[in-house]
Design a protein around this ligand. Structure first.
Ligand SMILES: [Fe+2]
Length: 203
C-alpha cells in the first residue's frame, strides 16, 4: 500500500503564503484521492506494490504492464510528486542554499536569484496543469524543467530537488487566477536545508 507522507506541520502554519484550507484540501483530499486510486489500480499487482518503491516504479515506468502504465503515470505520479512537494515545505525554512548546492547553482545559473527567476518563469508559463522543477540529471547537472499533468521527472531519468505544483488546486482558493503571485510567494516556505540533503544524497 502506498500512502501520503506525514506533513510535519499544521495546515495553518504555511500562512499567509499557503492558506490552511488550500493545504488541507490539497493534502487530505487531492493527495488522498491519488493514493486511493493508485492502491486500487495496483490491487491485483502484488509483485509491483510489494517489492518496489514508487520512486523505483516511476524510474522504470516501461516495466509496468501497458494496460495500467498510463494509470500508474497519472496516479503514481500524483502520489510521488505531491509527497515530494509537501516534504520540502516548512513553516521555518532555511531561505537559501549554501555549500555545494549553492556552488552548483552559481555555476549553472549565475546566481541563486537567477535560478529562482528561471523556475518562476517556467512555472508561470507552463500551459495547463503541471509542475515546475529543479532537477539533477544523470550527469549530475542541475536543470529547470516543467512536467505536464502528473508526469514525474523520474520517468525521464531526472531526480527532483525542488518542485512547485502549478495545478490550480494548489493556489486557486487564495490566489484565484493569479498563478504568478502563488509561485513568487511559495519561496517563503521552501526549506533549503531539506533540498541540500537531497542534493548531497545524489552527488
Ligand atoms: Fe497538487
Amino acid at each position: 500500500m502506498f500512502n501520503k507522507i506525514e506533513l510535519g506541520y499544521k495546515y495553518g502554519e504555511l500562512e499567509p503564503y499557503i492558506d490552511a484550507l488550500t493545504l488541507e484540501t490539497h493534502y487530505a483530499k487531492h493527495l488522498q484521492t491519488y493514493v486511493n486510486n493508485l492502491n486500487d489500480l495496483l490491487k491485483d499487482y502484488d509483485e509491483i506494490k510489494g517489492s518496489k518503491t514508487l520512486e523505483d516504479i516511476l524510474s522504470n515506468i516501461n516495466n509496468i504492464p501497458e494496460s495500467i502504465r498510463q494509470g500508474v503515470i497519472n496516479q503514481g505520479g500524483g502520489v510521488e510528486n505531491h509527497n515530494f512537494y509537501f516534504s520540502i515545505l516548512s513553516p521555518s525554512p532555511k531561505k537559501a542554499p549554501d555549500g555545494k548546492l549553492l556552488e552548483a547553482i552559481n555555476n549553472k545559473f549565475g546566481s541563486f536569484e537567477e535560478m529562482k527567476e528561471k523556475i518562476n518563469k517556467a512555472s508561470i508559463a507552463h500551459f495547463g496543469s503541471g509542475w515546475g522543477w529543479l532537477v539533477i540529471d544523470e550527469n549530475k547537472e542541475l536543470e529547470v524543467i516543467t512536467t505536464t499533468n502528473q508526469n514525474s521527472p523520474l520517468s525521464i531519468n531526472k531526480k527532483p530537488l525542488l518542485t512547485i505544483d502549478v495545478w490550480e488546486h494548489a493556489y486557486y482558493l487564495k490566489y484565484k487566477n493569479v498563478r504568478a503571485d502563488y509561485v513568487k510567494n511559495i519561496w517563503n516556505v521552501i526549506d533549503w536545508s531539506k533540498i541540500e540533503k537531497i542534493y548531497e544524497s545524489y552527488i
